[in-house]
Structure formats: C-alpha cells, structure tokens
Design a protein around this ligand. Structure first.
Ligand code: PFF
Length: 473
C-alpha cells in the first residue's frame, strides 16, 4: 500500500533533460580528474583498452539493468530492491553507504577545482614552472582547502535541499555541451605543442608490461565510478523515467557520452604532459598541474580566461555528480526513514563534511594517521572504488539475472513490446552469467594483487555485516 503511494513519481521533463541529468551524474571528476591519472599510473593505452572492455561488456549492461530496476519499481535504491524481495535491501543499503563514502572525498577535490577557478585570476598562472609546486603546497595546507571544500559542499546542500530537477536539469543542458567544447580547445592546444606525439604514443600504443591483476580491478572500479553505477544512483534516476522512454538506447547514449569525455580528457592532457617533460604517474594532482601549466604557457588574458572557464566547467561537472551522490543518501532518508528533505540534506552533509575534513587533512596535518594502512582520503576512495561499487554491480546483476522474472524484464526493456531491443538475450545472459563471474574473478585477482589487503578485507567484512543486518533498514 505504501509502495502504491510512492509509485506516483515525478518524471524528467524531457528526454534531453533526463539524458543530460544522467550524463551529468556520470561525467564528473571521474572523467577529467581520475581517468587521466589512472591512465598515467597504469601504463597508458593498455589501461584504456581494459577500461573500454569493462565499459562495453559490464558497464553498459549494468546501466540498462539499473534503469530497468528503477523504472519498474518507481523507487530509489533501497526501496527498489526491497519492493521486490526484502532480503535484498542490503544491496541498496550498500549503495547508500558507497554514496556516503564517495562524498567523504569527492567534495575535497571539488573544492580544489573551485579554488583553481578563482586562483587562475589571482596569480596561479604567473610562473608556468611553479604550478606543480603550488599544487603540492595548496593541498597539504590545513585551512584553505577546507574552506573551499565547505563552499563546494554548501552549494550541493543548497541544490539538493531545494529538489534537484529544475536546477540540475537546466545546468546540465548548458554546461555539459560547454565542457565538450572546452575539451576540444584544450586538445587542439595540447596536440600542437612540440613533442606532443610522445603523449599520443603513450595513449595509443599499449604497453602490456605494466598490466597486473590490480590494473583490471582499477579499470573495472573506474568504469563503475565513472558511469555512476553499482550504488543505486542510476536506479534512482531511472525511477523518474517515463514509461515511454527506450531504456537501452538512452543507456547507450549516456555511456557513449561519458566514455567520450574521459577519452577527450586523456587526449587533452597527455600530449601536453609529455611535451612539458612531466611524469605520467602523477596521481591525483595530474589535471591540477598539467592543465594550468598549459594555460600559463599560453599566457596573457586568453590563457587566464581559458583556465577560469576550464575549472568552472570542471567544478560544475563535479557538482552535477556530487549532487546525485548526495541525492542517493537523501532519497534513502526520505523514502525509508521518513526524514524531511531539508533535514535529511543537512544531516547527511554534516557527516560528509566531517569525513571530508579528515580526507583533506590526510594530505598534510594528518598524513601520519592511517586506517588499515592508508590515510582518510585513500580510505574512502579505495573502499568505494576498488570494492563497493564493483560488488554492488555484481549484486545488481545477480538480482536481475536470478531473482527477477525474465519476461517482465523483457517487457520493461521493450516498453511492452512497442520498441525493439534486439540484444535482449545477449544482455540477459551477460547479466545472469558473465558479469557476476567476471566481477568475481577481477575482484579476487585484484584483491590479491593490491597492496592494501587489510583494507580490502575490512571492505568485505562491511559487506557481510550489511547482509546480516539489512533487515532493519
Ligand atoms: N560518475 C561520477 C564521476 O565520474 O565523477 C562520480 C559518481 C557519481 C559516482 C554518482 C557514483 C555515483 F553514483
């Protein structure tokens, strides 16, 4: 009875609006900040090829599955699982926890981006050679990054507290296209720098010697992170989707846009990086060092304007993603715990702010404090990206493949037979057999290859605990 009341949901205003919102959630720091630095750390194109495999054979199917589960139930993460089978609430709950943890570090990086937008005008670009050192000094300082993080988080709170639709749908429609235009401008600059071909080689001539079990885990985790999968975000967005929409073709559009954005970011960054003689394995600082250096070299007002614009767009790309993360937690508190929206937003973001303070300080003041061998920033990042999201995706695939009715899925994905989905059988078999096994194999291979074994075991322990205690949710 309670479900019947909740099924009456608001739908996205237009298909374009939905695609922009879903793409807005998918395209974020994961594409422009994380994808390039992971590519740098894992040997370039070999990583990209493995990543693309993960997107094509796992990510796309999971996205179709999440949209279908969301639209069919008309409920957010926990509710969607629970409506079908109570014992499965834990899978939704794991998603909510992942959203929480990602928000334990994402706003820190969002804050860096916001800061860099302003700093582009106030002297960051004055000496191109000093940009790298500046970044190191900035992120390890105790107070300044915290202020930017709090401003960034406050914007999230403002948007989510008011309800997402108008703001995010509109922002996505204007800003996503701007992001693509800017990336193309950056690429043109980057590939025409002297020595740029080295960077293109790095991106397109695979070096398989760098590939280990942990490379596969990194690629799979990144596919989930970048596509906003494995934590019920796309279930939630699918729950607002009109019954008339063609789920597989919409999913394909979102996946294509997200992948294109990541590849464009890599092509914008690596040629310039090699041209400036920098190290590809720079870690999280990569985009914050290479991009401003390019603009600083460009010089003058034009360089400054491009830099401001780039970080503005990056900040907004990040915002449309972090708002969706916060929304997953808030929607859970509203739907399942009956907390009022504004209160839920404040409650969730306060805890997130505390986690972010710890993450930010773990770069400097608290660098000696570790949990399972890593600092707070890495703790939240590695737990979600290397384990929770992929396992969450595995649960979704098992749920869809083994616990839902095949014919009901067929009619959900073909809108009761009115649109065709020629790959239905392939999709269904991927979900039922291939994806659960592939994720399991990659997880086992990765967890044994990775350095942070105790953290991984802790993650598995949390998942088990959720399975046991989820009945209370
Ligand atoms: N996809 C976002 C990015 O690439 O930055 C991050 C993200 C958003 C992950 C929403 C998960 C999620 F549910």
């Amino acid at each position: 009875m309670q479900q019947a009341e909740m099924v009456q949901r608001e739908n996205w205003r237009t298909r374009f609006g939905f695609i922009m919102a879903a793409a807005g959630s998918a395209i974020g720091l994961g594409n422009i900040w994380r994808f390039p630095y992971l590519t740098g750390e894992h040997g370039g194109s070999a990583f990209i090829i493995i990543y693309l495999m993960c997107v094509i054979f796992v990510g796309l199917s999971i996205m179709i599955g999440e949209f279908a589960v969301g639209r069919k139930s008309g409920l957010a993460a926990v509710g969607a699982y629970k409506a079908h089978d109570r014992r499965w609430s834990f899978a939704g709950a794991l998603g909510v926890l992942s959203g929480f943890f990602i928000m334990g570090f994402y706003p820190v990086v969002g804050g860096w981006s916001l800061a860099y937008m302003v700093k582009s005008v106030t002297g960051l670009l004055a000496v191109p050679e000093a940009v790298g050192d500046y970044f190191g000094a900035f992120v390890t300082s105790s107070v300044e990054p915290l202020i930017w993080m709090l401003i960034y988080l406050a914007i999230n709170v403002y948007i989510v507290a008011r309800g997402v639709q108008a703001g995010i749908e509109t922002a996505g429609k204007i800003l996503m296209p701007s992001l693509f235009v800017l990336l193309v401008i950056l690429i043109i600059r980057s590939v025409t720098l002297p020595g740029a071909t080295e960077g293109l080689k790095f991106l397109f001539a695979p070096d398989w010697s760098k590939v280990t079990g942990s490379t596969f885990l990194a690629a799979l985790g990144q596919a989930f992170f970048s596509l906003s999968l494995g934590m019920g975000c796309m279930i939630t967005y699918g729950s607002y989707l009109s019954k008339k929409e063609n789920i597989p073709s919409n999913a394909l559009t979102v996946v294509t846009m997200d992948t294109t954005a990541a590849l464009l970011a890599a092509v914008a960054i690596f040629p310039a990086l090699f041209s400036f003689g920098m190290e590809p394995a720079q870690g999280p600082g990569l985009v914050f060092v290479v991009v401003p250096t390019i603009f600083a070299q460009m010089g003058g007002v034009l360089g400054m304007i491009f830099s401001v614009f780039f970080f503005a767009v990056l900040t907004i790309a990040a915002l449309t993603s972090s708002v969706s993360l916060l929304e997953v937690v808030v929607a859970y508190l509203i739907d399942e715990q009956k907390v009022e929206r504004r209160k839920a937003t404040i409650l969730a973001s306060t805890v997130m702010a505390i986690m972010c303070v710890l993450s930010s300080l773990s770069m400097g003041l608290l660098s000696g404090v570790t949990l399972f061998g890593v600092g707070f920033f890495d703790f939240f990042d590695i737990l979600t990206d290397k384990i929770f999201l992929a396992i969450g995706g595995m649960f979704l695939a098992i749920f869809v493949g083994w616990f839902m009715d095949k014919e009901e899925l067929r009619s959900e994905l073909t809108n009761d037979g009115t649109v065709s989905f020629g790959f239905f059988e392939l999709w269904y078999n991927l979900m039922k057999y291939f994806i659960p096994l592939a994720i399991l194999a990659v997880a086992v291979m990765g967890i044994t290859a990775i350095e942070q074994t105790s953290l991984m075991l802790f993650g598995l322990f949390i998942i088990l605990a959720m399975m046991v205690f989820s009945k209370k949710l």
